[in-house]
Design a protein around this ligand. Structure first.
Ligand code: SAH
Ligand code: SF4
Ligand code: F3S
Length: 452
């Protein structure tokens, strides 16, 4: 659950303003969407609160990517069913990808009063207004070909004020056979670069020192003459003190032009998240990723040729339809070859309505999926530990973004390569660039001291 810790902004209506609680699940784009929703509802008179018990309206921004993501939301709805017994006036809305996937089926659940899909957030004040006045359940799950929320300034919920997400596009035009996103987020559309630049400039002026440009496939960003490489350069030119990150790159679309742009600007972070999904050509074909293992390895080689210090992270799915032991060995082998710095690893979860669900049986037994997932996690833990160990003895410039989870005496900052560094806070503050020397490492963290 994203724990919303929000610095107070003057409410737009009086202190009797209704209180809103938002909880967010899923990817970074969902986190950013919740900030858009807050902006829209704040203008309509709502005030954010920290605890669901204080809220008149609870909104759950949901994810549908795997079955376990949806099970978690159903657990939250059960929690709110209990809450409603204590407070019958509480209103509960479901937003995001699960809302879009299940539509009015969600309204059959007695706890759900409102359902709004990812392109329907401008309609929330109207929907909530009718719901509040009449008590009648409301739904809007229309998808749009144009909506980018480009003119809306998201209200940031992270209390540190250092790093902010900027969605540069919405939707996805790929049809990876396992994936529900094209159905829940609709067709791909790119946001006007002027509105992206304005938002990034405003964030920098407000003290932010990092922006993360978000899209399901940033390499296919296209608005008039502006492609992704050009957009990256323009954002990087706002200030050398503003770090620029982005996610997600698709191996089939990642171009040298983007790599050369990254290399040309020191403030574009040297990290590429490049999901591979599988190391087997047979699986990649069935997944409709539209590239081969050889193509992927060539892209990795090109990244390292142009930026030897660039980190590469990935996503992988274990146990996709028909995956044999030999296919899975190909994935392990690719991991060993590439030596990823980090990875998000998942078991295949069939999503209703997708190409895979319609055409291929989900035939890898659950225990085999689990066993393969465990093997790839064990391998990646080793690779992550080795990657971090290679940094011991090196110096990095990090951007301090929060206190360390363990101690208020330490700060956490990231290297350009997106590795978390922990170092003594004394004399330094959140939002500052600090040069550190890596003294030791764990698979997840670099333990550092400050270089004066
Ligand atoms: N747009 C990104 C991925 C977004 S979804 C891309 O194309 O790379 C994030 C990750 O969830 C995917 O990379 C994939 O590894 C995983 N994922 C997607 N659908 C899944 C499914 N049905 N089962 C298991 N993992 C899945
Ligand atoms: Fe899903 Fe593929 Fe689009 Fe990524 S590129 S969101 S995996 S369909
Ligand atoms: Fe989940 Fe939707 Fe993101 S399905 S991963 S919240 S795009």
């Amino acid at each position: 659950m994203s724990n919303i810790n929000y610095r107070s902004v003057r409410p737009l209506i009086d202190s009797a303003a209704p209180h809103l609680f938002i909880e967010t699940y899923g990817c970074q784009m969902n986190v950013n969407d919740s900030e858009v929703v807050l902006s829209i509802l704040q203008k309509a008179g709502f005030t954010l609160c920290q605890k669901p018990e204080d809220a008149a309206l609870v909104l759950i921004n949901t994810c549908a990517i795997r079955d376990n993501a949806e099970q978690r939301i159903l657990g939250r709805l059960e929690y709110y069913r209990q809450q409603k017994k204590r407070n019958p006036h509480l209103l509960v809305g479901v937003l995001g990808c699960m809302a879009e996937r299940l539509k009015d089926k969600l309204l059959e659940n007695p706890v759900v009063d409102l359902v709004a899909g990812p392109d329907a957030y401008r309609d929330l004040p109207r929907l909530v207004g009718i719901l509040g006045a009449s008590g009648e359940k409301q739904i809007n799950t229309l998808l749009s070909h144009e909506e980018t929320y480009g003119d809306i300034s998201p209200v940031r919920m992270d209390p540190n004020g250092v790093s902010a997400f900027i969605s540069i596009m919405r939707g996805c035009n790929n049809v990876c056979s396992y994936c529900v996103v094209p159905y829940t987020r609709g067709a791909e559309r790119s946001r006007d670069p002027e509105s992206i630049l304005r938002e990034a400039r405003e964030l920098f002026e407000a003290g932010y020192r990092e922006v993360v440009l978000l899209g399901q496939n940033v390499d296919s960003y296209s608005y008039g003459e502006t492609g992704f490489a050009r957009l990256l350069a323009k954002v990087a030119e706002i200030s050398p003190l503003l770090r620029v990150r982005f996610s997600t790159s698709h191996p089939k679309d990642m171009k040298d032009e983007v790599l050369l742009t990254m290399a040309a600007y020191p403030n574009i972070c040297k990290h590429i998240h490049l999901p591979v999904q599988s190391g087997s050509n047979a699986m990649l074909e069935k997944m409709r990723r539209r590239h081969t293992r050889e193509w992927y390895l060539e892209r990795v080689a090109r990244i390292r040729e142009i930026m030897p210090d660039c980190s590469i992270t990935t996503d992988v799915i274990a146990g996709f339809c028909g995956e044999t032991e030999a296919d899975f060995e190909d994935t392990l082998d690719l991991f060993r070859q590439v030596k990823f710095d980090a990875a998000f690893m998942f078991q295949y979860s069939e999503r209703p309505g997708t190409l895979a669900a319609r055409h291929y049986p989900d035939d890898v037994p659950p225990e085999v999926k689990t066993e393969r997932l465990e093997r790839i996690i064990a391998l990646q833990n080793k690779l992550s530990a080795e990657s971090n160990r290679r940094d011991v003895g090196r110096c990095f410039e990090v951007l301090a973004e929060s206190f360390s989870k363990r101690s208020q005496n330490d700060l956490m900052g990231r290297t350009s390569q997106n590795k978390a560094c922990v170092f003594p806070a004394a004399g330094h503050h959140i939002g500052e660039y600090v040069t550190v020397l890596v003294k030791d490492s764990t698979p997840a963290t670099l333990l550092c001291e400050v270089v004066e």
